[in-house]
Design a protein around this ligand. Structure first.
Ligand SMILES: [Mn+2]
Length: 312
């Protein structure tokens, strides 16, 4: 596979400073070498220019830093589109999760994709429901066509239509949903596999269902053109991922997180990925940056065992 890496060192969508150093931490952990080592052709396209939170205008308390975020995501969307037109897979490194509006708009310009959104949170708030005003709590709603028009359309550049059909979206590992966003998610009709569902069914069954949803169609005949994976590292339990934007206990174990992305890779239909919210300030000797690199490698095909998988 040809994979383009794009860093988005953005912190404006998050309250806590530090996730702007995420792309650096993941690269430092040996990302490009790792992907090359499993047979991919890797192109690191560097970082998107991102305004500093300190000097960006705060704007409305319900949509903090929107004026700084929108042009950044426009640039990301254009960059991703260019990569897609060259037939490359894209890997966007965050930075806060608001970047997914740009990466997914870029990834869906010419295709109909399914989406697996791995996250402790719903990221389904709008300016009307948000408790914090932070835009990183809104990207999934925006992708479904809900929320402030400037965010959904990236300043009028793109349509107000959902970029991905909510019926082809599965949220995995949710455990901290705001009341307002929960209502919106129910109405929108996307599938939410919360942590208690993973406790009951196991991550294997949950991922089989999530993949079926993202593939669309009926068994063996998907009706989407590929699967996009948006991975918020806070989906993983803080025991394994202490350096995250918004830590939340009760998350995926190390192996659950790996199996989830390994199963996505096995479909052979992953066309792009976000890895977001790595916060080196709160991390321990880059453990979370390393984990992010490992999960990306698993999502792009790294395997423990390459022989036949026999269940005795
Ligand atoms: Mn998120």
């Amino acid at each position: 596979m040809e994979i383009d890496i794009i860093g988005v060192p953005m912190d404006c969508g998050a309250d806590r400073r530090g996730v702007d150093m995420g792309p650096s931490a993941i690269r430092y952990a040996g990302l490009a070498e790792g992907l090359t080592g499993i047979g991919h052709q890797v192109y690191d396209l560097g970082n998107i220019d991102v305004p500093l939170s300190e000097t960006a205008p705060l704007g409305s308390n319900r949509l903090k830093y929107l004026d700084a975020i929108v042009p950044t995501l426009q640039k990301l969307a254009e960059r991703v589109t260019t990569c897609v037109l060259q037939g490359h897979a894209t890997l966007s490194l965050g930075g806060d999760h608001s970047l997914a509006v740009g990466s997914i708009i870029g990834a869906t310009r010419t295709r109909r994709l399914g989406l697996v959104w791995v996250d402790a949170h719903g990221d389904f708030n709008t300016a009307d429901t948000t408790p914090s005003g932070n835009v990183h709590g809104m990207p999934l709603a925006a992708i479904c066509g809900l929320g402030d028009e400037r965010l959904i359309t990236l300043g009028g550049r793109f349509s107000t239509e959902p970029k991905i059909d909510p019926r082809n979206i599965a949220v995995v590992a949710a455990r901290d949903l705001d009341v307002g966003e929960r209502e919106l998610m129910l109405e929108a009709g996307l599938h939410v596999f919360s942590m208690d569902t993973i406790d009951r069914l196991g991550i294997f069954e949950v991922m089989q269902r999530a993949i079926r949803i993202a593939q669309g169609g009926s068994d063996g005949a998907p009706d989407t053109d590929g699967i996009y994976v948006s991975f918020d590292i806070d989906a993983v339990d803080p025991t394994y991922a202490p350096g995250v934007g918004t830590p939340c206990s009760g998350g995926l174990t190390y192996r659950e997180a790996h199996l989830a992305v390994e199963m996505l890779a096995e479909t052979g239909r992953v066309v792009g990925m976000d890895m977001v919210e790595v916060n080196p300030i709160l991390d321990r000797i880059n453990a979370t940056g390393e984990l992010a690199r490992e999960l990306i490698l698993s999502a792009f095909g790294k395997r423990i065992w390459h022989g036949e998988r026999r269940v005795l």
